[in-house]
Design a protein around this ligand. Sequence first.
Ligand code: URP
Ligand code: ZN
Ligand code: ZN
Ligand code: ZN
Length: 467
Amino acid sequence: MSNRTLVRGGLVITAADEVHADVLTEDGRIVALASNGSDIAAGWTADRVIDATGKYVIPGGVDGHTHMEMPFGGTFAADTFETGTRAAAWGGTTTIVDFAIQSPGQALREGLDAWYAKADGNCAIDYGFHMILADVNEHSLQEMDLLVQEGITSFKLFMAYPGVFYSDDGKILRAMQRASHNGGLIMMHAENGIAIDVLVEQALAAGRTDPRYHGEVRKVLLEAEATHRAIQLARVADAPLYVVHVSAEEAVAELAAARDKGLPVFGETCPQYLFLSTDNLAEPDFEGAKYVCSTPLRPREHQAALWRGLRTNDLQVVSTDHCPFCFTGQKEMGRGDFSKIPNGLPGVEHRMDLLHQAVVDGHISRRRWIEIACATPARMFGLYPKKGTIAPGADADIVIYDPKAEQTLSAQTHHMDVDYSVYEGKRITGQVETVLSRGETVIDGRKYTGRPGHGIYTPRATCQYLT
Ligand code: URP
Ligand code: ZN
Ligand code: ZN
Ligand code: ZN
């Protein structure tokens, strides 16, 4: 007995097209599209018909950068795989790629197995893993090859956080050389952490302890310098490079210059850099701590360069870097010392909406919305065309999106397990109405119908962006 769902009457938007089409799914996959009202579509029967008249029918979002339950800064990110993936579903995201962590002294295997165990049976939507390389050595380099074969095809390295995740240039070069051979994609946290730590120490010694100094010491120049250095190292290793959470105009310029040379260099930004700024970090009464993340929020002037980069394809992806810490008890650990504020913001629920608002505001087109939030992350991380598009053969990960609905973002109404919203009071035009994950309804007319364990581990192919 097959199980068929028909999504009728909507405007199907993918990275490539906008077509008024009905979408037929069977047993968790999309099997056919046909023009709204056509004889072919009229002849289809299904167990369930969803009326999408006046709505957008879009692929489920692919968030390529989350940190559920991440141990960091002496505490753990507040969302578990259960709460975080449920919140993602509410916001129209149907796949996340989270970061498994190798701790220094640990094998990649050990770190990865711990992440499989954390996620297993708990996720509402499908998930994959990147691997954080915190200890590049002969053994972990060999393990990279095995992980690529296992579907862990991307590896994050840190030029920041000395003593925690930091790798020096020699280690970075070795990992890039390995990736050049095994097809892995190196993802880089590009900030000069050695120099930043000097500035942190000097700021604290001078009594500059408030959250806003987090933004001041993590200088634009130190993001641009690290971005430049990462690009040159990737050229030496003949490896592609994906720079995560790009926040500064000068860093975008480094990516653009590399891409103008034809180099396989890619960049991701996040909604917080597009919508928030150092004004938030400067909010009084320690409220600024809510906005502490790295790379840090920048002066508002940088936003135009990020939007431009998204339009010109010098930036290809918007992910959330979802890494929530409660204000009470977690962000508060840094009262009197900004360097002790756990780094990271909640965001997994709001990416699709915020980028739809960017469509409404005229920053990007509808198709570009789907490209940067669904199709390109799926390609970049080896999930396409299973994920990221609406086409026969793709997983039936489908969002019915109401482009006319009005909503106000707030901690009172969001579903992330964190006690504040960085977008408190922000008005958004557009809202997710219904979400299918492999044909199963996880959000049904703004009601949650999903369950932990529906989401499955999804092994990934190597980066498809170049092919
Ligand atoms: O502040 C952030 N971004 N926290 C998460 C860890 C990282 O560097 O992505
Ligand atoms: Zn990072
Ligand atoms: Zn991150
Ligand atoms: Zn909490």
